[in-house]
Design a protein around this ligand. Structure first.
Ligand SMILES: C[S@@+](CC[C@H](N)C(=O)[O-])C[C@H]1O[C@@H](n2cnc3c(N)ncnc32)[C@H](O)[C@@H]1O
Length: 222
């Protein structure tokens, strides 16, 4: 009865790969997930994520204005990209920026499926989002700042790419033991991030505290 082991392994799949965020992963499991685009997309889009990621509340907290230009850096599957696009209307634009060709391919498919005329995907350099100067109202990082290696360079580029009055919005996991999210060594503590932003010429202008596992910070150039 060959189908029993097959069935058994299929039953095991959701426990190991579903919801990057409904399970805790060690570094090895995280790397494996990053190398398996289908599972990674499945994890990012897992409906169980919504319970703590609260995407609707996040959109409301943004206070999005029609016509805004937003750069969603490390857009992944587009979990936030297409929600942002919905709120900024046809005159606005969301740049979906990622270094993974698989994620960009997935986003391009979604752009076509959803007929999203206000989303532009960008396959970027790891240390440069490749956006024009003075072109963006808000940069948005959701669980992606800790992926950027050369953060100092990235901050100085973003300062040039922001329009006057622009913001950087960052959501990421608290550096403490949590039932969800990446391993401890991949996390950046809220206090360290604020210090880093201060050192690089940004000030904290707003903080939202309704997310159970993540900080949600807004910065502007000093
Ligand atoms: C944990 S996912 C977050 C996806 C999305 N922001 C979300 O909240 O669902 C991190 C994403 O960052 C991307 N990434 C990693 N390094 C990057 C870099 N240097 N520049 C842009 N994107 C990067 C990865 O390919 C991945 O899609």
């Amino acid at each position: 009865m060959k189908f029993i082991p097959i069935l058994f392994s299929l039953l095991l799949i959701p426990a190991t790969i579903s919801a990057q965020d409904a399970v805790k992963r060690d570094e090895q499991q995280m790397h494996r997930l990053h190398n398996d685009p289908k599972s990674y997309i499945g994890a990012l889009e897992d409906p169980k994520r919504d319970a703590y990621q609260k995407p609707q509340e996040v959109m409301m907290a943004f206070g999005l204005k029609p016509g805004e230009v937003i750069a969603d850096i490390g857009a992944g599957s587009g979990y936030f990209t297409f929600r942002l696009a919905h709120h900024i209307g046809d005159r606005g634009k969301v740049y979906a920026v990622d270094v993974s060709p698989d994620m960009i391919l997935h986003i391009n498919r979604r752009i076509r499926e959803l007929k999203a005329t206000n989303v532009v995907s960008i396959l970027a350099d790891p240390d440069d989002p490749l956006l024009p100067d003075a072109s963006v109202n808000r940069f948005f990082f959701s669980d992606s700042w800790h992926h950027i290696d050369n953060q100092t360079k990235y901050l100085s580029l973003m300062k040039k790419m922001l329009k006057a009055g622009g913001e950087i919005v960052m959501i990421d996991f608290h550096k403490k033991d949590l039932p969800v999210g990446p391993p401890m060594q991949m996390k950046i503590a809220r206090e360290d991030l604020i210090k880093q932003m201060e050192t690089n010429g940004f000030r904290l202008t707003k903080e939202h505290t309704f997310l159970p596992y993540q900080y949600f910070l807004v910065f502007m150039p000093k």
